[in-house]
Design a protein around this ligand. Sequence first.
Ligand code: NAD
Ligand code: DAU
Length: 353
Amino acid sequence: MILVTGGAGFIGANFVLDWLAVGDEAVVNLDKLTYAGNLENLRPLRGDARHVFVQGDIGDRATVDALLQQYRPRAVVNFAAESHVDRSIQGPGEFIETNVVGTFKLLESVRAHWSRLPADEQAAFRFLHVSTDEVYGSLGPADPAFSETTPFAPNSPYSASKAASDHLVRAYHHTYGLPVLTTNCSNNYGPLQFPEKLVPLVIHNALAGKPLPIYGDGSNVRDWLYVSDHCSAIRRVLEAGRLGETYNIGGCNEKTNLEVVETLCAILDELHPGSPITPHASLMTFVKDRPGHDQRYAIDATKIERELGWTPAETFESGIRKTVAWYLNNQEWVAHVTSGEYRNWVSENYAAR
Ligand code: NAD
Ligand code: DAU
């Protein structure tokens, strides 16, 4: 049995679905169900005894203590976080609350539980913390990609809160001996991503004939990874990662935002010629830049490849096609998650641009 936190969000839900598709070890899934968490993501697991869902906060000691005691998981995989950079700019408080204080409280619960385990269970136990490449800051065009030894230089409230959580996880290993692993991954895309992030937002707007907002001049670079490749990397690190180590995860797919949006538009032209406005690229609109917008992220993933033999299965070309096809086939899912709170967020965030 493993305990997954944040398993109703984009990557967490993909992870739980993949985990139970490739094996039989049960999952307890603790998620607060914020705007980003959605039980529909876990619909294929309805009635599956291997999945136990619990609504709750990683910062709620009583809930987490009780879950650890009841289920005695052999590992905790921590996805729970506030994850959207633009939201962290408009309101950093929740990011500090969940990403910093929540991770701290989770670590405290896990440390108390782990310290009471018999020696064999203690030795086998793992706490895997899922983090981001944004902790390393921003690269210039000629800089080498982020490695695990690149100094932290977070630039947004989101990345600063994730960097703080990474430091806490590291400290719990060095101070208390907690058996931790940390992964720092680049931009994910794929099924079930909430349409506040670039890829699903562009698909969603394009299908509705709405402008496709490109911050600044669209030259910012991200290193894109298909979500199931992130999930397979986490499984591999959990299985064989060296305790106390961090592993960078990325797909070697550096693209400018313009390239990403143009690619999405071209695939939509091909797969969905019936949109209200085509070609979809005619909807591309340059808007005010994100404050403190990081210019470039790139991941050097040689450590995880060399030590653990992990490489991604998808190329950007194959993954992005699958993603567009998934959104076209799951417009009901998009309609459900884009009601209410989502519409308020979009009108606030994009009105200012
Ligand atoms: P997401 O916003 O889609 O999902 C986050 C999930 O965490 C939601 O289900 C939400 O309800 C839950 N949650 C939030 N606060 C919680 C709390 N206090 N207690 C319990 N659950 C809580 O995020 P995502 O994109 O799936 O990201 C998951 C993790 O991966 C995050 O830690 C993020 O920093 C990291 N990450 C994301 C990316 C990416 O490109 N999306 C890349 C690298 C790393
Ligand atoms: O690098 C990993 C990170 O990737 C994760 O840690 C974060 O949780 C995840 O949200 C993502 O952060 P980004 O800020 O890179 O992702 P986002 O999809 O918000 O934006 C991608 C790029 O596209 C970025 O340069 C900003 C730009 N953008 C974004 C939106 C939402 C636009 O030009 N227009 C938009 O409307």
